[in-house]
Design a protein around this ligand. Structure first.
Ligand code: MN
Length: 673
């Protein structure tokens, strides 16, 4: 029999937790994969099929469902064989196809940056990217088997892969609470990254094995006796700490291996949380606890749902010993983490664990998950939400990952990239499609900011922005560049007077209009002098064309009011301080504003800008929102060299198929200053 046949047979033998039907489907996938990888070999020289089978075997030990096992068997076929996603779907259905495609997608993702922070971001982003946690579990099993067989690769490759494993995948397993996978990945990484230390730790532990055994037997007996007297049935697991945690301890404490005593740990398993606390008290009576080493993860579980009591005591001969106390259910969760929730429904030997797992809130979710397909998706989403907390991850077009708070908009993203990008944002695209600037970004989107020289922050961006950084940058810009606006006062005034929504909106619109037609485009001449410091009064908001008067303020320049403003007569010394002002004499430049209704398209900004550029005009400002019908409604302000160009521009805009309606809503001649 060939090696491939042999491994198929051995694999079949471990599938008895699955139904007959499922076993058949799993084996069909295994044979199909074997045929497809037939001529391929691993670096070890062994038939390739051994790899996917070993990956599947790891997931069987985590008791994942049959679809995940099938996907594990097929996880490399899209990348390494001529099979397409469509072929795969035809053979094994949509669920398996989606899982395999997910694994392929994250495989193609390479860590670019080496900083710890980037690694953390990448881990979270992996969570964000995949729709199904099983994809990550398959990937972890894939990594684990590759790490187990890393010895066959070249040394530089070993180091690179081991580093990536330590930075990304071991912590990922930790976040998912699968501690045995995390421990093994860390130990294997250490083996290739620091071979001399790995060897030293291994030898030291082997040396003291006999000594240790004796010691642990003594400890075990003492605990069992006490528990029995208290009427508690316990199971005791003794263990050597995994190598990587010893290595970290060496590094942290700056000691040599011979000085480290607590290489050992002991775990007491019982049936209820109450028993855990009772046992803790008993242990502390027996041996003196070391101050500062007690942790209650039962009352305060870790974010990956890990629960346990930890204490370190001065044991026989003054040897420090770490003791963990937890229920069987908690132990199951600690070892298998998220995967513990896939405990195979008709599986054997899990009834005890399931009974004690009832205490955990996650189990209520599991029950719902058992209920049906829809519930399953919610369950996954809940785990993901919890892991990601209030964060989303999006990409720049260059592939950099950007961490943003949930609800962040393209405006936040733009200011995150750079203040200048933010200040010149004209439009935003997500995955190639234009999105309204205020729309909340979603996990995994590729976000692109379209900038324009003349684009500028808008007052309503303050509403779109969720991050403090963006808001302060916008406010800063408005304060610097819009002295004519008394922004805060206006907003407060609107809030105070509690007028209805429509008036509210109109007021804001007015404020915004004033930004567009502000002093950068509209001038006021003060007694023949152009460059005086002027401000527009907030009370009457004069607009070009209004009859205006100036008031010489103390230290704040000349304030421009409408001639009809009621406040004028109330101002002190108005007769003395009044000054003649007029709107600046215009040159031929012409600014026009349009209201546009357009079909939802990603290229609306380019199309409009293109039509306007044909006539040497330029866009000052353009902003679209989606209306309820799914069309884009917005305003566009353009500057043209000549009033005569207006009709031509309008005509060329009207013939654009995406534009449903365009109205000119105002024009002024603007000074060429
Ligand atoms: Mn693989």
């Amino acid at each position: 029999m060939s090696a491939a046949q042999q491994s198929l047979l051995e694999f079949k033998a471990i599938l008895d937790i699955y139904s007959n039907e499922e076993q058949e489907e799993i084996m069909a996938a295994a044979r199909w994969a074997e045929g497809l990888h037939h001529n391929q070999k691993r670096a070890s020289g062994k038939p390739y099929i051994i790899h996917p089978i070993e990956v599947a075997r790891i997931l069987v030990s985590l008791r994942l469902d049959s679809k995940a096992i099938i996907a594990a068997l097929l996880h490399d076929i899209i990348e390494d064989t001529s099979i397409s996603r469509k072929d795969l779907r035809q053979e094994f259905g949509k669920e398996v196809e989606t899982l395999v495609a997910g694994v392929t997608k994250i495989s193609s993702f390479r860590a670019q940056s080496k900083s710890v922070q980037a690694a953390e971001t990448i881990r979270k982003m992996l969570f964000a990217m995949v729709k199904d946690i099983r994809v990550i579990l398959i990937k972890l099993a894939d990594k684990l088997h590759n790490m187990r067989t890393l010895g066959y690769l070249r040394e530089d490759k070993q180091k690179r892969i081991a580093t990536e494993c330590l930075d990304i995948y071991a912590p990922l397993a930790g976040r998912l609470g699968i501690s045995w996978v995390k421990d093994e990945l860390e130990d294997l990484s250490l083996k290739y990254l620091r071979p001399e230390i790995y060897k030293q730790i291994k030898e030291t532990i082997a040396e003291k094995k006999g000594e240790r055994k004796e010691f642990l037997i003594k400890v075990e007996l003492a605990i069992k006796k006490l528990a029995e007297e208290a009427g508690i049935v316990v199971e005791i697991k003794t263990r050597a700490k995994h190598f990587y945690s010893i290595f970290q301890k060496l590094k942290k404490q700056g000691k040599s291996i011979s000085e480290i005593y607590d290489l050992l740990g002991i775990r007491i398993l019982c049936n209820t949380p109450a028993q855990c606390y009772t046992l803790l008290g008993l242990v502390h009576q027996l041996w003196m606890p070391i101050a500062g080493r007690f942790k209650d993860y039962i009352a305060m579980p870790k974010s990956n749902r890990y629960q346990s009591l930890h204490t370190t005591v001065m044991c026989y001969g003054g040897t420090p010993l770490e003791i963990q106390i937890r229920t069987h259910g908690m132990d199951q969760t600690a070892e298998n983490g998220v995967a513990a929730h896939w405990l195979y429904k008709t599986g054997k030997g899990f009834s005890k664990e399931r009974a004690t797992l009832q205490d955990l809130p996650i189990i209520n979710k599991l029950k719902r998950w058992d209920g049906g397909k829809g519930a399953s998706e919610n369950f996954l989403q809940e785990i993901k939400d919890e892991l990601l907390k209030d964060t989303i991850y999006v990409f720049t077009p260059g592939g950099d990952v950007v961490e943003m708070p949930k609800g962040a908009s393209a405006v936040d993203f733009a200011y995150h990239i750079h203040t200048e990008v933010g200040n010149h944002t004209m439009a935003a695209k997500a995955d190639g499609t234009i999105i309204p600037l205020q729309k909340a970004l979603k996990n995994g989107q590729i976000v692109e900011i379209v900038t324009a020289q003349n684009a500028r922050p808008h007052l309503n961006w303050l509403k779109y922005a969720q991050t403090a950084r963006a808001r302060s940058k916008i406010r800063h810009w408005l304060n610097q560049n819009e002295p004519s606006l008394i922004i805060d006062q206006n907003i407060i005034a609107v809030k105070k007077t509690n007028i209805n929504e429509q008036e509210n909106r109109k007021k804001k619109r007015d404020v915004i209009d004033r930004i567009y037609f502000d002093k950068s485009k509209v001038g006021v001449v003060v007694e023949d002098e152009k460059n005086m410091l002027i401000r527009f009064a907030g009370c009457c908001s004069p607009k070009p064309g209004d009859a205006i008067v100036g008031y010489i303020s103390r230290g704040r320049g000349i304030i421009i009011h409408r001639a009809s403003c009621r406040n004028l007569s109330l101002i002190r010394e108005i007769d003395v301080r009044k000054i003649h002002v007029q709107w600046e004499t215009f040159s031929t430049k012409f600014t026009s504003r349009f209201k546009i209704l357009a079909r939802h398209t990603s290229d609306i900004y380019y199309e409009i800008e293109g039509a306007i550029k044909k006539f040497n005009g330029h866009v000052i400002e353009m902003n679209f929102d989606e209306n309820q019908a799914g069309n884009l409604v917005g305003f566009c302000t353009v500057e043209l060299n000549n009033q005569n160009d207006l009709q031509k521009v309008l005509k060329s805009l009207r013939i654009l198929p995406t534009i449903l309606n365009i109205q000119q809503i105002g024009s002024i001649l603007t000074g060429d200053r």
